[in-house]
Write a protein that binds this ligand. Structure first.
Ligand code: RIB
Ligand code: CA
Length: 324
């Protein structure tokens, strides 16, 4: 598979962090043009700081990190500290970043990249879709320059913030509607898939035993995150939502899905942020997204563990340690 020109938009967040590490550990698969951050799990000041801590931990400080939108398009902001902790990365302590946030706004970076680059751009979105929506509103022409968008979000079954809605969509439903209606080559990875790839003690142990300091950090974060995101929903472990996006880009055969008509509820107080999907629209040309439905969990964890082992060790003075 040819190297993909990739931009990752995220709100780190524990599962975002694991997804970023997977991408940063895969330079043969990705030309990672930049990481853009958005308010989501925690406020923007923390999501951008956490993204820079992750590139530092992976010893990839050359990957630029950009700050994006600090709030949703219209609705009042919602966050998820109860899942990810007050820092957004509770459960392990990692070093501060050594490189600054880029001065350019994430939306401007994204528009410039879409207009400048010759290579088709893949956009992986791991958080609320505010940055992409603002870019599409400001520069509708970029829709043609984006080869594909793979987004973690939505739910065909039960939501995780309300019975109807999943967090990334619920946090900015109007942005999600702008994106879904933009005519993009869109693949959606909903909770129905990510709840198939949950951590187990054996999978966490395999991560913890990785030679690089990334292993203990990842295991510490996931143990903290699993207390709420896993057990809190009656799951046997923590669902790795965002890493599914990167794994799909690397090994699509680990997943399956089909074209569907997708719409976002933006008006109902009870069902705000609901992803309404129809696999059998009356007119098949109405299908505007590929929505994944299955995941090969053992294959996913084999890829994740094998790849994270490639990340270099930092000096012992900066080794990660389990946090509070
Ligand atoms: O609902 C799960 C999604 O919301 C994940 O991307 C998680 O990081 C949060 O952003
Ligand atoms: Ca996320």
């Amino acid at each position: 598979m040819a190297k993909q020109s990739l931009i990752i938009d995220c709100d780190p967040g524990v599962d975002d962090a694991i997804a970023l590490l997977l991408a940063l550990a895969s330079p043969d698969e990705f030309d990672l043009l930049g990481i853009t951050t958005v308010a989501g799990n925690v406020p923007l000041a923390l999501t951008q700081y956490n993204a820079r801590r992750i590139t530092h931990l992976a010893q990839r400080p050359e990957v630029p990190v950009y700050g994006g939108c600090p709030r949703p398009l219209l609705r009042s902001p919602v966050t998820a500290e109860h899942v990810h902790g007050q820092t957004g990365l509770d459960g392990a302590v990692i070093p501060d970043p050594t490189h600054p946030l880029q001065p350019q706004h994430a939306v401007a970076f994204f528009i410039d990249q879409c207009r400048a680059t010759q290579a088709p751009i893949t956009l992986a979105t791991l958080g609320p879709l505010t940055n992409l929506a603002v870019a599409l509103i400001q520069a509708p022409d970029i829709a043609q320059a984006i080869d594909r968008v793979v987004a973690m979000g939505g739910a065909l079954g039960r939501g995780n913030v309300t019975p109807s809605a999943e967090f990334n969509i619920y946090a900015d439903p109007h942005a999600a509607r702008v994106v879904v209606e933009a005519g993009l080559n869109l693949t959606l990875i909903p909770l129905d898939v990510t709840h198939q790839v949950i951590t187990t003690p054996e999978r966490l142990a395999a991560l913890e035993e990785l030679g690089s300091p990334v292993g203990p950090a990842a295991a510490g974060w996931l143990r903290h995150y699993g207390q709420r995101e896993g057990e809190g929903y009656g799951l046997a472990g923590a669902p790795l939502h965002d890493p599914c996006v990167i794994a799909y880009l690397m090994q699509p055969n680990l997943f399956s899905g089909r074209p569907m008509y997708l719409a976002i509820e933006t008006d109902s107080p009870l069902c705000l942020g609901r992803t309404v999907a129809d696999p059998h629209p009356a007119d098949p040309t109405l299908a505007n997204a590929t929505i994944l439905e299955t995941a090969d969990a053992p294959g996913f964890y084999a890829l994740l563990t094998e790849r994270l082992a490639h990340l270099p060790s930092v000096s012992s003075g900066e080794r990660a340690s389990s946090g509070s």
